[in-house]
Design a protein around this ligand. Structure first.
Ligand SMILES: Cc1ncc(COP(=O)(O)O)c(C=O)c1O
Length: 398
């Protein structure tokens, strides 16, 4: 009996040991308070270059205070309950959800359905829409939640090479006619590479081959587009895409997600999306905060502009130092390659007051470990000007 038990558990401990050997072991790092662009760790203050708080909203004291003060919580405490106690399809729904969805509908001029997170949205919309007789064609570097969504569906799934639309078209030519529906899936801004999909091309291919187009805007909502609605807005293509996924947990500084879609698909998802049907609805306090932020979104032009300015300047400084960075957005990945070397560069940055977590496989492909600098609009160029030199020195001293 004992021997049997040992064998059962050994597999897991061996796997953990393997991760440690490869410098790929992950663990939590409990932080003390985060304030604006800074993070405090063991009494020391660092510039936080590893957050998705692109507009600096989630840790903006003034905005949080405004939310609490204007809402007079003690008087209206029930409106701001901390739990919703059931699924939206039972008694967890409230006019607060409807208010949030109608605020978003006003902005996108399309139907909107909220989800508990971007992960929940991707793992339930994709399998709800793509079934046994269908094909999913997804960009090779799509996020884990998209991969999991496609695994949960009964559809056949194929990857096309990253941002390679000739490869995508080739797959469409070869396979389109064999399937009832084909769903093309891409992110608009790839979070680990900081590069941007050609949404215009994707729309052309969707139309040419009569496909369903699904674009995940997790990292571009709030940041891109005149009104901060994302890259589909910037390209004037909101109406051409079957599903646009936005998340509240990144630039919008809250928690949850939404799908922008047609009335028919909204009704379909309410009936078919399992992570919407079989889970407790988002708590009212979070819905209130998301609505509060969405009402501010149009007015955040200065923040968006600032983010673009510091991005442009930091990318220029990297180029000046002869360091290769990829992508074109406020997410600036510096590819280092090996895990141990990447960890060393991250340590050097930390010694100098910059908190920038190393990104390693399996999050990114083997041999492409990187330092991923994630800029936020509450930083100034003076805050980040030294980073290229520090990385350059760390690489030379290795
Ligand atoms: C492209 C993409 N989609 C979805 C998600 C998941 O979003 P959430 O954090 O709201 O679950 C992420 C998270 O990083 C992401 O990068």
């Amino acid at each position: 009996m004992n021997r049997m038990k040992k064998d059962i558990y050994k597999k897991f401990t061996l796997e953990l040991d393997g991760l440690k050997e490869k410098d790929s072991f992950r663990s939590f790092k409990p932080y003390s308070e985060k304030e604006n662009k800074y993070i405090n760790i063991s009494g020391k203050k660092y510039l936080n270059l590893s957050s998705n708080d692109y507009l600096g909203l989630s840790s903006n004291k003034e905005i949080i205070k405004e939310f609490y003060v204007t809402n007079k919580f003690d008087e209206k405490c029930l409106k701001f309950r901390l739990g919703s106690a059931s699924s939206r399809l039972l008694t967890g729904d409230s006019f607060l959800h409807t208010e949030l969805e109608s605020e978003l509908k006003k902005l996108y001029s399309r139907e909107v359905l909220t989800f508990n997170s971007g992960y929940h949205a991707n793992i339930s919309i994709i399998p709800a829409i793509a079934s046994r007789s269908d094909l999913i064609l997804m960009d090779k570097l799509c996020h884990a939640s998209i991969i999991d969504g496609s695994r949960l569906s009964f559809a056949k799934s194929l990857n096309f090479n990253h941002l390679n639309y000739e490869n995508l078209e080739d797959l469409l030519k070869r396979h389109r006619d064999k399937y009832e529906n084909v769903m093309i899936v891409s992110e608009s801004l790839f979070s680990m590479d900081g590069d941007i999909a050609d949404i215009t091309k994707l729309v052309k291919l969707k139309k040419k081959y009569n496909c369903i187009l699904y674009i995940d805007e997790a990292h571009s909502v709030g940041v891109y587009g005149e009104n901060g609605l994302g890259l589909c807005e910037e390209e004037g293509l909101i109406n051409e895409i079957d599903f646009i996924i936005g998340t509240f947990g990144k630039a919008l500084g809250s928690y949850g997600a939404f799908a922008v879609t047609s009335r028919m698909f909204k009704e379909y998802l309410v009936n078919k999306a399992r992570s919407l049907i079989f889970t407790t609805a988002l708590p009212p306090i979070i819905i209130n905060w998301s609505t509060f932020i969405i009402k501010k979104l149009l007015g955040l032009t200065a923040e968006r502009q600032k983010l673009f300015e510091i991005t442009k300047e930091l990318r220029r400084l990297f180029q000046e130092k002869g360091l290769e960075v990829i992508g074109s957005s406020h997410i600036i990945p510096v590819i280092i390659g090996l895990n141990d070397k990447t960890l060393k560069v991250a340590d050097r940055l930390k010694e100098k007051g910059f908190y920038c977590l190393p990104i390693r496989p399996p999050t990114v492909p083997e041999g492409t470990s990187r330092i991923r600098i994630s800029l936020t609009s509450n930083m100034n160029i003076d805050d980040i000007i030294k980073i290229p030199q520090i990385i350059s020195n760390a690489l030379k001293s290795d």
